[in-house]
Design a protein around this ligand. Sequence first.
Ligand code: GDP
Ligand code: GDP
Length: 472
Amino acid sequence: MGFKVAIIGRPNVGKSTLFNRLIGRRVAIVHDRPGVTRDRREGQGGIADMAFTLIDTAGLEDATDDSIEGRMRGQTEQAIRDADVVLFLIDARAGVTPLDAFFADHLRKSPTPVILVANKCEGKAGAPGLYESYGLGLGDPVPFSAEHGEGLDDLYEALLPHARKHDGLEASPEDEDDWDWADADAGKGDDDIEDGDIHAEAEAAAAARPLQMAVVGRPNVGKSTIVNRLLGEDRMLTGPEAGLTRDAIASEWAYKGRTIRLVDTAGLRRRANVSDSVERLSTSNTIAAIRMAHVVVLVMDANAILDKQDLTIARLAIEEGRALVIVVNKWDVVEKRREALARLQDRLETSLPQVRGVPTVTMSALSGKGLDQLMDAVVDIYEIWNRRVPTSHLNRWLAEMTERHPPPATQGGRRIRLRYMTQVRTRPPTFAVFTQRADEMPDSYGRYLVNGLRETFGLPGVPIRFAMRKRR
Ligand code: GDP
Ligand code: GDP
């Protein structure tokens, strides 16, 4: 018997999109209209080396039936019974709705194990819904974007124990150490918070997948020249009459044992009209490249460091939660290098404080000097972006931080107590602190904690997401 996974959720949360994503072929129909009735679909799917039969229930929820029970049709019930594990989807952008809560209630009572998947989590818009979904009592949500294919690593990790169980293999014993804090501080009722330890297998699977890298920047800063250097071939034509760039080829290569995949940014370099002397920055192409990338390499010209457009791109990358590397190209023509570097550092500190410690590389694409430093920086920041801090370490650290500099008192004069903290996701590192009085906590205290996180756990140069979450 194969390992069976069912996708459950109210209409329009992205079930078909997820189904298509995991099947790898477009067999289910995706609709914008909620509640379009479809047949139950099954298909062979998988993530990395894990194979499963996928059951899609999209369309089985009958939105025309007003009774709540009517929304969960017999076929959905059957799918839950047939499955080894249920992926319960919510739309993180919409937040938790009463219908989600109803499904959750039902699933909590069902013997089939459930993995809560917070879909539509790309960008920032899903963060509140993601945190809210902890309240469903189905354990830690897996942040996901079916449309963008983000979160597959986390989903793999969440499915792994169930796949193992199905294969008759016992999951390896958990590291008990990470529960210490719960006993010491949080008390009862916390069994829905799970430890953030990553399974070695999932980590290995993640490492085997390519690092997606995008090279972005204003026209003429040297992007094509860098890409040519990286690929080691003159696949793209560059020159003073830039604009001759051919459509980019999907390109992969290995660097220090890691597969690097260049995100197609052909649109960035393609010019509608070669005689058009001023190529405009195509924002939509840049955004598309950034969204597809894990690491964004922002190339700038040493003669015009961090101008307005550069900053716009950098902020886009940070907002999208990507790891960023700044390249100062054409270093060969810079005369006053020390001054140029000081100016850059100064501008970085004032203009991009969100990513303190962002790696900067000076290079000459023309001579190839600095190319290895660039790739080292890309691989290093990628690892930081993927880093997971164990819950036990976080909570020891939180205790020290609050002792050194206690949270302020509320208007009523009571001290705000931070109960505990966990890393809710990686890529980028995302943390939640649980407290009774989340709304009364000043932003400055959040910044104090984020800066501390960076220093203590070695997270320089990547966006860190952070939320205070109310704990009932
Ligand atoms: P279903 O009714 O649950 O099967 O939902 P669909 O898969 O048909 O998706 C409903 C809508 O949500 C469609 O417009 C999808 O394009 C959109 N959608 C699905 N996944 C995502 C996602 O990860 N992010 C965003 N922003 N939209 C998504
Ligand atoms: P793109 O529009 O960002 O892809 O820029 P190109 O790669 O087409 O480069 C624009 C121009 O800058 C070309 O004339 C390149 O030869 C030149 N160029 C690129 N890198 C360097 C460099 O490191 N030093 C110098 N001096 N010129 C460079």
